[in-house]
Design a binder for this molecule. Structure first.
Ligand SMILES: Cc1cc2nc3c(=O)[nH]c(=O)nc-3n(C[C@H](O)[C@H](O)[C@H](O)COP(=O)(O)O)c2cc1C
Length: 277
């Protein structure tokens, strides 16, 4: 009986049915349903071991394959082990902020199926450092676990929020991401400017130096920067001990989706149209 349930869960019929059902739901409900299904073990595990050819080393991180789950899917570290079991080589938790916050009002997630794109203005809805820390401390994942850190919307000191994130998660994550590129927290992207970025990286890297283990730290940037802004970032990072860049977060540009339903919703656009950018 168990064997036949397991093979049904693995079948194309079940896969197609799940996908069709999810696409009929409101997008945020579909996201929650996916997390619930992963939690309940309804999503079948990867059957074959990855080829050794897929093994990838980035900054000392040994990935079983180079495909990972980006930040925003498992914001609260509810399903990193399940994501690892279905085959992801890494899983980026977050964005996590020091305190839990609700995020923006719903609806805040929109599908643009004609372009295989999404617009979101979630606004860092997450359970906060303590709860996510507790969950991560209790798991043992085969995949690399990164924690993407951010600042609370009502924080009086964004830099301090990032430093707190480094302090909290450096001891229990494989890498950290400093996310200063979400378009949905007012003022956050200003941290990409020369002086602001210099101060932010200086303080975060000083905090990392205080931790027992040196975790790689990546900086996640926006795709909406002009040459001058990119030069400023380049100047700061070559003089810093940051390990790499994550390119990229969602775009505020809409040239690729003009005229489509939802294209004028505020927020960040991701998916296929982002790729060329
Ligand atoms: C619903 C949603 C929520 C997201 N939340 C976050 C987030 O909290 N932090 C972050 O750094 N990126 C977040 N992202 C951006 C993704 O991590 C990724 O950078 C972006 O979607 C571009 O990749 P893609 O086109 O492959 O989706 C989110 C994206 C989506 C669609």
């Amino acid at each position: 009986m168990l064997k036949s349930i397991s093979s049904f869960l693995r079948s194309k019929t079940f896969g197609d049915f799940s996908r069709d059902s999810l696409l009929k739901m409101d997008p945020e409900i579909a996201h929650q349903a996916s997390i619930a299904a992963l939690k309940m073990g309804l999503v079948p595990s990867q059957q074959r071991v990855d080829s050794k050819l897929l093994a990838t080393n980035i900054c000392g991180l040994e990935l079983k394959n180079p495909i990972g789950m980006a930040a925003g899917f498992d914001k609260n570290a509810q399903v990193p082990v399940a994501l690892s079991k279905i085959g992801f080589g890494f899983c980026e938790i977050g964005t996590v902020t020091p305190h839990s916050q609700q995020g923006n009002e719903k609806p805040r997630l929109f599908r643009l199926p004609e372009k295989q794109a999404i617009i979101n203005r979630m606004g860092f809805n997450n359970h906060g450092h303590d709860e996510v820390f507790k969950r991560l401390s209790e798991i043992n994942s085969e995949a690399i676990i990164g924690v993407n850190i951010g600042a609370n919307k009502d924080s009086g000191d964004f830099v301090k929020d990032y430093v707190l994130g480094v302090k909290k998660f450096a001891p229990i994550s494989d890498y950290l991401t400093i996310n200063i590129s979400s378009p949905n927290t007012k003022g956050l992207r200003d941290l990409q400017g020369f002086e602001a970025l210099k101060k932010l990286l200086f303080e975060c890297l000083a905090e990392r130096a205080r931790a027992k283990i040196r975790v790689p730290i990546f900086l996640k940037i926006a795709p909406d920067l002009d040459e001058k802004e990119m030069d400023a970032i380049a100047k700061v990072i070559v003089d810093s001990d940051i390990d790499g860049l994550i390119i990229s977060n969602t775009t505020i540009g809409r040239e690729t989706v003009l005229g489509l339903e939802h294209s004028e919703e505020l927020g960040g656009l991701s998916g296929k149209p982002l790729f060329n950018l």
